[in-house]
Ligand binder design. Structure first.
Ligand SMILES: [Zn+2]
Length: 389
């Protein structure tokens, strides 16, 4: 009996499938997840409003709005942008906002397109994860090295480090190595710095050891040979994330522009089989004529970008580091093959900071040759130190 009644009641409202409109409803679990991810705060960039208590009376309550990134209706704000999900009420289409920010973004959809809102949400959620510090898998240990002739401050602001790590990582335990280089960057001064850096790095690695195996993010401002030395000490057992200070935009890797590829090493001169020099020309170009006399009879190779001239600002993307690591590892392997595992290779680097560190991390201790690291000074190369001995 009851069944018949129900069926009868339903019958008049049963419209053809095409005109059925899904009611607006965000599921309770989704709503909870959204509030949790946003820690109950407005996700709009820079808006500090708590959505779980009134800003004056401090009384508890729900003052938040689950805003649609693509509007619920195609005619609504951003509703006609590409990529609109079939179900507009799913989590990925929602952003938790205060009523004022909600109005703002819906009244000015051109100023706040989909990508912009997704970015606001990502930044906010990353900040929340960082604040509560529970996302251990995405924590990076941070190592800063600053060793320059001190005519300016080389401290790297923590905000810059956090920006550079986002959105993949948050800043975990940090360790700073600062070394006063004194009045010059003479080879002696750099060797003294290397000893200091080694001791400090041992302490840093011991500290990091207690934090499991997150990658180590390295931010360095130091002479190139010192960074190569740092790389050999870090090794490649643990993943390292490398950064550099860009001309604009701090330490954050760019996502635009063409990736830089490297060509296999080119032999610039055939010389002695047991005496080898490697010019690494990435940030600038050094030729055979710049080699010290002691390399007058050496076989000389060059590692350089494939289709572009070396340039100080060539490197923009973090993928460029991976390309370089591969090309450099292949270069060392090729030299080992062609020269029957030479005891040492003269290294003449013109490289950006992260590549200098990678030159060190990629060397296989004992198996790979020692590098006799030179540094270009004004008008000549000076021998600074040997690494991987
Ligand atoms: Zn807001």
């Amino acid at each position: 009996m009851g069944t018949t009644l129900k069926a009868k009641r339903l019958a008049p409202s049963a419209a053809p499938a095409a005109t059925i409109r899904k009611p607006r409803s965000v599921s309770v679990p989704d709503r909870l997840v959204l509030y949790g991810r946003a820690a109950g705060h407005c996700s709009f960039r820079g808006c500090p409003v708590s959505l779980v208590q009134h800003h004056l009376e401090q009384t508890s309550g729900n003052f938040g709005e689950t805003a649609h990134i693509w509007a619920f209706s195609v005619d609504g704000p951003r509703g006609d942008e590409d990529g609109r999900p079939e179900d507009p009420d799913t989590l990925e289409n929602l952003i938790l906002l205060c009523p004022i920010c909600h109005k703002l973004v819906d009244r000015h959809p051109a100023r706040y397109p989909v990508a912009e809102l997704i970015q606001h949400r990502a930044e906010h959620e990353a900040r929340v994860r960082q604040a509560v510090g529970v996302n251990i898998e995405h924590k990076a240990l941070v190592l800063t090295l600053s060793a320059k002739v001190s005519d300016q401050s080389n401290a790297i602001p923590i905000a810059d480090i956090q920006d550079a790590l986002r959105p993949r990582y948050v800043c975990g335990e940090a360790f700073s190595i600062a070394h006063e280089m004194g009045p010059d960057e003479s080879p002696e001064a750099i060797r003294v710095a290397a000893l200091h850096v080694s001791r400090q790095l041992d302490a840093a690695l011991a500290l990091f050891e207690r934090h499991g195996a997150p990658p180590i993010a390295v931010f360095g401002i130091a002479p190139i040979p010192l960074l190569i030395h740092l790389g050999t000490k870090l090794g490649n057992k643990r993943e390292s994330l490398l950064f550099q200070l860009h001309r604009v935009g701090g330490w954050t890797w760019k996502t635009d522009g063409d990736p830089v590829m490297f060509k296999p090493i080119v032999k610039l001169r055939d010389g002695r089989k047991d005496h080898v020099a490697l010019l690494v020309n990435v940030s600038g170009r050094n030729g055979i004529e710049r080699l010290p006399e002691s390399y007058g009879d050496a076989t000389v190779y060059e590692l350089a970008p494939a289709d572009r001239e070396p340039d100080r600002f060539l490197i923009r993307r973090k993928e460029d580091i991976e390309s370089f690591r591969r090309a450099y590892a292949e270069a060392i392997a090729e030299i080992r093959r062609a020269h029957d595992d030479p005891a040492e290779v003269g290294l003449f680097p013109a490289v950006p900071i992260p590549f200098a560190i990678a030159i060190g991390t990629e060397l296989l201790p004992k198996a790979d040759p020692a590098l006799v690291v030179h540094d270009w000074r004004k008008d000549k190369f000076l021998l600074v130190m040997k690494v991987n001995t």
